[in-house]
Design a protein around this ligand. Structure first.
Ligand code: GCU
Length: 400
C-alpha cells in the first residue's frame, strides 16, 4: 500500500512538473500567469510624443487598421416609447428606440435604451456598448430583447451567472441605481444585434452593409459609429447634454474610436481595451495581433491583414489613436492580471500620446481629476466592484 501511495505521489509530482513546463511554453498561459507592473522600471525613459499630423494619422488608421471611419448613416426611427421608470429609488424616465440604420445599402436594426434621471437638468449620459442584449443590461420591465438574436444573459440564467462569476459583478449590468444617483443617465446598446460578433456572420453583415467598398469598415468601426447614432437620437429627443462613450474590452476599443472620431462624444471610459485599443502593438506583451486577426476576422479593415505577422511595420500606432481624442476626458481602465489586455503597453502609449497631460506618475497613480487618466486595479479581465466607483469619480471630476 505504501509503495502504491509513493508511486501515485511521484506520478503527481511528475505531472505537476510536466504541466508547469507545458504552461510555461505556451504564450497564452504565460500571459495569464504574469502581472502588469505598478511602478516604472529602473531604466524607464519617457517615450517620445507621437507627431503624425492629425490628417495623416486618421488616414493611416483607416487604411491600415480599422477600415473607413467617416461613416454617415441614415437613421430611421422604427419605434420610440417612453415612460416613467418603475422599481428604481429615484425618479427617472425609460426611453426605448428601435432604429433602422443604413450606410447606403442594406439597413439593419439597432435597439437603444435610455434611463435618464428626471431630477437632474441636462444629466450627462453614459452610452454603453455591451456583450448582452439590452434587456439583460437594464432589466427593467418592458425593456425588449432584439428580434432574431439567439444569445441572452438574462435574469439569473446560467450564461449570465457564469459571465458574472468569471468577469465580475458589472460585466452584464452596470450599477444603474448608483449611476442615476450620481446624476448620470445610462444608455445601452448591443452592437452584435447590428453586426453580429461572429466571424462569418459578421463579415456577411458588413458585406451587405458596404457592398463593393474600397476600404470596407470593420465591425469595430461600425460599432463605434453606433455611439454617434445613439448620442444624436438622445440629444434630439431629450436636449443636448454631455455624452460619454463607455465600453469594456472589445467595446473599450469602440469607445476609444468614437472618442477619437465623433464630435458627438465628449468623454471616454475605455476599460481594458487591449489590442486595437490603447495597448501597444510593437511589444511582446498582450494579445498578439495575429491572434486577434485570426480569432476576430470581422473586427478590423482588410488593410490590417498585411501586418498580422509584423505589427512593428505598421506606420501608425495606438498612441496616434489616443492623441486624436484631443482635450476630451479619457479614462483608460486596467487590471494587473489582465496581461492579455496589456496594461503596461497602454500606459506607455498614453505617455506617447499625451505627454505631460497624462499625469499618472506610475501605473498605480490614479488621478481622476486629470483629463487623461489611468486606472489600474488588482485582479483580472472584467468589470468588478472597484471599477464603477472609479469610473464615476472620474466623471464627477469632469462633469461636476
Ligand atoms: C478577446 C479578444 C480581445 C478582446 C476581448 C474582449 O480576449 O482577444 O481583443 O478585447 O476578447 O472583448 O473581452
Amino acid at each position: 500500500m505504501r509503495k502504491f501511495l509513493e508511486a501515485i505521489w511521484a506520478f503527481l509530482k511528475l505531472a505537476a512538473i510536466a504541466g508547469a513546463i507545458a504552461l510555461g511554453s505556451c504564450t497564452t498561459a504565460r500571459t495569464i500567469l504574469k502581472q502588469a507592473p505598478t511602478d516604472l522600471p529602473k531604466n524607464w525613459q519617457m517615450p517620445a510624443r507621437v507627431d503624425l499630423p492629425e490628417i495623416r494619422a486618421r488616414a493611416l488608421l483607416e487604411t491600415e487598421i480599422y477600415g473607413e471611419m467617416d461613416l454617415s448613416p441614415t437613421v430611421e426611427i422604427v419605434s420610440f416609447e417612453q415612460r416613467p421608470a418603475e422599481a428604481l429609488t429615484s425618479p427617472a424616465t425609460v426611453a426605448q428606440w428601435r432604429l433602422r440604420v443604413s450606410y447606403g445599402a442594406d439597413a439593419r436594426d439597432m435597439d437603444l435604451i435610455l434611463v435618464l434621471p428626471t431630477d437632474v437638468p441636462n444629466a450627462p449620459v453614459i452610452l454603453s456598448q455591451n456583450f448582452c442584449p439590452n434587456n439583460s443590461v437594464i432589466p427593467l420591465a418592458g425593456v425588449r430583447p432584439p428580434d432574431d438574436v439567439d444569445s441572452t444573459c438574462s435574469g439569473g440564467g446560467f450564461f449570465g451567472m457564469l459571465m458574472v462569476k468569471i468577469f465580475g459583478r458589472y460585466i452584464v449590468q452596470p450599477p444603474l441605481q448608483d449611476i442615476l444617483d450620481r446624476g448620470y443617465g445610462l444608455a445601452a446598446m448591443y452592437p452584435s444585434q447590428f453586426v453580429p460578433d461572429r466571424g462569418e456572420a459578421g463579415l456577411a453583415a458588413l458585406d451587405a452593409l458596404f457592398p463593393n467598398h474600397a476600404n470596407r469598415p470593420g465591425a469595430l468601426a461600425v460599432w463605434s459609429d453606433l455611439f454617434t447614432v445613439a448620442a444624436r437620437n438622445i440629444d434630439t429627443e431629450f436636449g443636448e447634454r454631455p455624452m460619454i462613450a463607455y465600453g469594456h474590452s472589445r467595446f473599450g476599443k469602440t469607445a476609444l474610436l468614437a472618442g477619437a472620431w465623433s464630435d458627438d462624444i465628449d468623454a471616454v471610459i475605455a476599460h481594458q481595451s487591449g489590442t486595437l485599443g490603447a495597448s501597444a502593438l510593437d511589444d511582446k506583451e498582450g494579445e498578439p495581433l495575429d491572434a486577434l486577426v485570426k480569432g476576430y476576422p470581422h473586427w478590423a479593415g482588410e488593410g490590417l491583414n498585411r501586418y498580422q505577422d509584423r505589427p512593428k511595420a505598421l506606420p501608425v500606432r495606438p498612441a496616434d489613436l489616443l492623441a486624436l481624442t484631443g482635450h476630451k476626458p479619457v479614462l483608460l481602465g486596467n487590471a494587473r492580471r489582465d496581461v492579455w489586455g496589456d496594461p503596461w503597453g497602454a500606459y506607455k502609449e498614453a505617455k506617447a500620446a499625451w505627454g505631460v497631460a497624462f499625469g499618472a506618475a506610475t501605473p498605480a497613480d490614479f488621478r481622476p481629476g486629470d483629463r487623461k487618466a489611468y486606472w489600474l486595479r488588482p485582479g483580472t479581465h472584467g468589470v468588478v466592484k472597484e471599477d464603477w466607483p472609479a469610473f464615476l469619480d472620474f466623471l464627477d471630476a469632469h462633469f461636476p
